[in-house]
Design a protein around this ligand. Structure first.
Ligand SMILES: *[C@@H]1O[C@H](CO)[C@@H](O)[C@H](O)[C@H]1NC(C)=O
Ligand SMILES: *[C@@H]1O[C@H](CO)[C@@H](O)[C@H](O)[C@H]1NC(C)=O
Ligand SMILES: *[C@@H]1O[C@H](CO)[C@@H](O)[C@H](O)[C@H]1NC(C)=O
Length: 277
């Protein structure tokens, strides 16, 4: 029950205007993190991962992973000690082939739900929502229930990042509205929703997993030193969940690399953390 409640809470949270947002775009969080970690970024699509054994000059054998990726200048790759995958594994998204791994990486179903986001600058059609007089229209956010006759999931006004909250502020009829739907909205549908509009931006995306509880989360350790973060999305999908998964995978990879087995799956960790705080 907790599991479904968490998913439900998160799926509602993302439609609220109170979601945190960064001026200039939330992508600045990633850009900032990459810059402060001094990571080297190779823009490419990973195609396959394969184990390799290479001798050191001392004669000792080292186990590495050969990662093959496709860049704008063609196929290339490199070898790595540890691989962390932070992308949803599936043929439609991160389509990575695991070659010659023993034991093999199992296939796990990872269906995602398509959401269409349409940003519209215009005036909402109050009469479509049952209001005779558009000046009476009081709503900044409208959710729908599951109904095949409805072509939208929600519509909500988008506030600028600088707004400290739109509580109490009167709604202006002309605004930027964010519409979520299952399918791309047709011209006719837009003309029903809006009495007038001048700009439309549409984005189709695989927004979050299609859940069918009870969910089975994919493994975090796919192979000796291959870690998989995005499996946590099957428990709940949000950037915060991925941040938690990333931190845990980094700690796990570190402790396993240095053989700190006492630091992994500590039974009394919960108690220890309580007294630490
Ligand atoms: C590599 O990327 C290019 C450009 O996107 C694409 O045309 C090509 O099919 C890709 N190659 C492979 C092996 O995926
Ligand atoms: C996924 O990759 C495999 C192997 O490279 C390829 O045969 C297949 O067409 C790809 N699937 C999709 C949906 O791109
Ligand atoms: C607004 O909604 C009403 C009621 O659904 C509809 O008849 C009308 O065509 C819609 N569009 C405009 C531009 O008024």
């Amino acid at each position: 029950i907790h599991h479904n409640f968490l998913i439900g809470a998160i799926s509602l949270a993302w439609m609220e205007s109170a979601l945190w947002s960064v001026k200039g775009g939330n992508k600045l969080v990633c850009i900032g993190l990459i810059s402060s970690s001094k990571a080297e970024v190779i823009p490419a699509t990973v195609l396959s991962i394969e184990p390799k054994i290479r001798p050191r000059p001392t004669g000792e054998q080292v186990k590495l992973y050969q990662v093959t990726y496709n860049t704008t200048s063609g196929l290339t790759g490199d070898t790595y000690d540890i691989v962390v995958i932070a992308a949803p594994l599936s043929h439609r998204m991160a389509n990575i082939t695991f070659k010659n791994l023993d034991p093999p990486v199992p296939e796990f179903p990872n269906p995602y739900h398509q959401t269409v986001t349409t940003l519209v600058h215009g005036r909402l059609n109050a009469s479509f929502f049952g209001y005779q007089d558009s000046s009476d229209f009081p709503l900044g956010t409208i959710f729908t229930t599951e109904n095949p006759k409805l072509f939208i999931n929600s519509v909500g006004v988008v506030s600028p990042v600088e707004d400290d909250g739109d509580e109490g502020k009167p709604l202006t009829p002309l605004a930027v509205w964010k519409v979520f739907s299952e399918e791309v909205l047709t011209k006719q549908q837009l003309h029903l929703l809006f009495s007038s509009y001048d700009s439309v931006k549409m984005k189709k995306w695989l927004a979050y997993p299609r859940y069918s509880p009870p969910e089975k989360c994919p493994p975090i350790i796919l192979h000796d030193r291959i870690y998989y973060l995005s499996g946590i999305e099957r428990a709940a999908s949000a950037v915060e969940m991925n941040a938690i998964a990333a931190k845990n995978a980094a700690l796990l990879a570190y402790h396993r690399w240095y053989g700190n087995t006492d630091k992994i799956d500590q039974e009394d960790l919960h108690e220890k953390l309580k007294t630490e705080l």
